[in-house]
Ligand binder design. Structure first.
Ligand SMILES: C[S@@+](CC[C@H](N)C(=O)[O-])C[C@H]1O[C@@H](n2cnc3c(N)ncnc32)[C@H](O)[C@@H]1O
Length: 263
């Protein structure tokens, strides 16, 4: 039972790491593309986190992941890149060590006519998220984000994007997520559906990806590989599954991957 179990994952240890840079750079680009058209859109974030992170915090310093991530890579993004623009705006407002999570990225790139719906189960993260998003008009729930998105699909407006960014603390995630994507796409065929996944040395993600590819032969899957944060750490890369990808995403993903590898 999702509500009953303890949530131990805290994104503050990992915010701004290489996986975040990859996911957030692609998300920012997609949102920038989508707002180029006047029509309003829905943004749904099923695993929102706290929205804003302090890279100078004890948690962030303890792992050093942001130092190897955004701190090392920020200068490689062109200043007019949507991710770099959004990061500058967030830092102008919240200070040079601030790092935005997906809800704040969306807040900076979306327009008043767009509708944000955010879910976060952890009580402390949920409370922080409410503070960070105050005045944004976002609907914020302390609920299971997967059940939430399934219950509201198709959202109004129908045009839009959902980001599903679980921490994969429970192995069940690898089997339930393909089913969620199947149901979601059936209910919301025009939605841009994003699923983040870890690339693990143990290969836990492989069966999930094979299932998703079988269910959606048109799925776009973008991966980046990087050295593990610590010796023996199992995370060797990160990926994003995209159903109904905006035009041009493939080229953008190749650029981000090259930039991350220093090419
Ligand atoms: C990887 S973090 C999210 C990071 C965020 N998307 C970002 O990039 O800024 C995953 C978050 O999901 C929360 N969470 C775990 N299970 C959840 C569920 N079933 N529904 C909603 N939130 C959940 C955790 O407390 C954690 O804050």
């Amino acid at each position: 039972m999702r509500h009953g179990r303890m949530l131990s994952y805290q994104h503050s240890y990992h915010a701004g790491n290489l996986a975040d840079v990859h996911k957030h750079a692609l998300l920012a680009w997609m949102l920038a593309q989508m707002v180029a058209k006047d029509k309003p859109l829905s943004f749904i974030d099923t695993h929102a986190g706290r929205g804003l992170y302090d890279l100078g915090s004890v948690e962030a310093r303890k792992t050093g992941e942001a130092q190897a991530g955004i701190e090392a890579l920020a200068d490689r993004f062109a200043p007019d890149d949507p991710y770099a623009r959004m990061l500058s705006a967030v830092r102008a407002q919240h200070g040079p060590m601030a790092y935005p999570g997906t809800p704040l990225i969306a807040r900076h790139l979306l327009r008043p006519q767009d509708r944000m719906t955010l879910a976060e189960l952890h009580p402390g993260e949920h409370e922080a998220l409410q503070t960070v998003m105050a005045g944004s008009g976002a609907r914020i729930y302390r609920r299971d984000g997967l059940a939430l998105v399934l219950s509201m699909a198709p959202p109004a407006p129908r045009r839009g994007v959902v980001i599903i960014d679980p921490s994969y603390e429970v192995k069940d995630d690898y089997t339930t997520l393909p089913e969620v994507l199947r149901k979601l796409r059936r209910k919301w065929n025009v939605g841009v559906l994003l699923l983040w996944y870890p690339v693990l040395a143990a290969g836990l993600q492989n069966a999930m990806l094979a299932q998703i590819r079988a269910d959606h032969p048109d799925a776009a899957i973008f991966e980046t590989r990087f050295p593990p944060a610590r010796a023996g750490h199992g995370l060797h890369g990160a990926g994003l599954v995209v159903l109904n990808p905006p035009f041009g995403l493939k080229d953008r993903a190749a650029q981000v991957d090259a930039l991350m590898r220093g090419q």
